[in-house]
Design a protein around this ligand. Structure first.
Ligand code: SF4
Length: 180
């Protein structure tokens, strides 16, 4: 099993969602919200594909087993300037977004690639968030990864969040189907 950027993102949203996704119980393909997010990423900045580089990257992570790894597929990396670009369709900035980009910066740096910072663009908010990764933040990323590995090792699915936090989740029907 690997830890990827999606799991890092889910770690900050819901541990149950993280566990379900990692155990290949997938609902995202049924979600219009996820589809809309992909569309915004693809349509907001079509010129990016020409000048930025898609990068697949990984480092070994033995706590997950002999083949365990931290992996990421970064859609837009400007290698010349060392800038990771990420686009979010969200109406609000979230810690999960920042953490995902810090995870990208961490993996690039651990592979000896020079990185400057990340930029998260929010087309709906018309703003851009700058994301850095200093030494202290690197340690935080390592802490998240270790906690994610512990969650994945749990035999049982973590408890649900309060329903008020679940309304836009692609697992809503899965988690709440028995509720009146
Ligand atoms: S519906 Fe709620 S409890 Fe279930 S995975 Fe989504 S956020 Fe977590």
């Amino acid at each position: 099993m690997n830890i990827n950027a999606t799991l890092v993102n889910y770690y900050f949203l819901c541990h149950r969602k993280l566990w379900l996704h990692a155990h290949t119980i997938r609902m995202e393909h049924t979600s219009e919200i996820v589809y809309e997010g992909k569309l915004i990423g693809e349509e907001s900045y079509p010129q990016r594909a020409e000048k930025n580089q898609e990068v697949e990257i990984s480092i070994p992570y033995p706590p997950l087993g002999a083949d365990g790894a931290l992996t990421a597929k970064i859609d837009f990396f400007d290698a010349k300037k060392g800038i990771v670009h990420e686009t979010k369709k969200s109406n609000a900035k979230e810690k999960a977004h920042t953490a995902q980009v810090q995870f990208y910066l961490y993996l690039l740096r651990k592979n000896g690639i020079a990185v400057s910072y990340g930029l998260i663009e929010y087309p709906k908010l018309r703003l851009t968030e700058r994301v850095t990764l200093d030494e202290e933040e690197e340690k935080q990323v390592e802490g998240w990864v270790n906690e994610i590995a512990e969650l994945l090792a749990q035999a049982h699915c973590p408890a649900r969040l309060p329903v008020s936090k679940c309304r836009s989740c692609s697992y809503f029907d899965f988690c709440w189907i028995d509720e009146p």
